[in-house]
Design a protein around this ligand. Sequence first.
Ligand SMILES: Nc1ncnc2c1ncn2[C@@H]1O[C@H](COP(=O)(O)OP(=O)(O)OP(=O)(O)O)[C@@H](O)[C@H]1O
Length: 304
Amino acid sequence: MSILKVEDLWKNFGKKEVLKGINLEIESPGIYALIGPNGAGKTTLFNIISNLLKPSKGKIEVVGKKNTDTSIFYEVSFLKDNRVLYSYLSGMDHLNFIRRVQKLPKERIDEVINLMSLESFINKPTGSYSLGMKQQLLIAMAIMNKPKLMILDEPLNGLDPTAVIKVRLLLKEMAKNGSSILISSHTLSQIDLLTNNIFFLKDGVLLEEKLDIDNQNIYKVKLEGDYEEKLNRFKESGFDSKISDGVLTVNLKDQKLEKLIASLQEMGLDYSELTKIKLGSEERYIRMFPEEVEKVKKINLKQV
Ligand SMILES: Nc1ncnc2c1ncn2[C@@H]1O[C@H](COP(=O)(O)OP(=O)(O)OP(=O)(O)O)[C@@H](O)[C@H]1O
């Protein structure tokens, strides 16, 4: 049974097509990221999965049931932005409401307050909370029912570094205990610390990543001295490589490291560091959305 299965999902707002035939499946517990530029359709997709919004076409199953089946309410949670909070009610009122509708024991509230360290502000009205406090309350609300699937739309917004570390530990523990977490975030450095499983969304289409992420063989070589000319010869030697700010990135694939070292020597390329790296989500993003990065490069910074 899949935890989440989205089949041929379409959504338009009037004439504007926002989701265009999305197919997405989560089969085993873990943390999964949904990444894409502003306006790609991430929130719309989350709203549809959570049945807050109707699709124009498509089928969605959550924990083996149709997403319109109200019984999934007990097995799923969805963190949206803090506009869902009632400013005149306290954090405790919000947790109590969830406890009652989810039919949870009283102790769960204390557990969650303790897990998220909310003691100092939980009894105050949420209208008096800072952005980070609201965000921590929203996360607390989302974990109340120990969901099998938790959907988090930009949960790290406004969190201070301590809270970010806390939330990361908590999400990893939940995934270890069998939950699945689908998270959207623009903070790619944080995504790297959470997961390698990334869905890339662009203009309402899920992009297929051609790289086998778990079998990458990538090295970074920090070049020294005058390398420009020698590098041109190196590039002709058949390695998949690119240079940026004096750092050569080489994807060896099936080739041996010895061959790279021998080639660098042969071309007379001096280097001070040679390290194997994991392909981070920012590099993966740049590969998936090259035109976004090109746009940035074309900005005339002289106008600053
Ligand atoms: N209710 C709506 N009516 C009309 N258009 C909408 C509506 N909701 C979203 N859109 C449009 O759908 C597109 C996708 O929006 P969505 O909020 O899903 O993107 P997103 O990927 O979550 O963006 P961001 O990263 O900026 O949060 C945008 O062009 C947006 O203007």
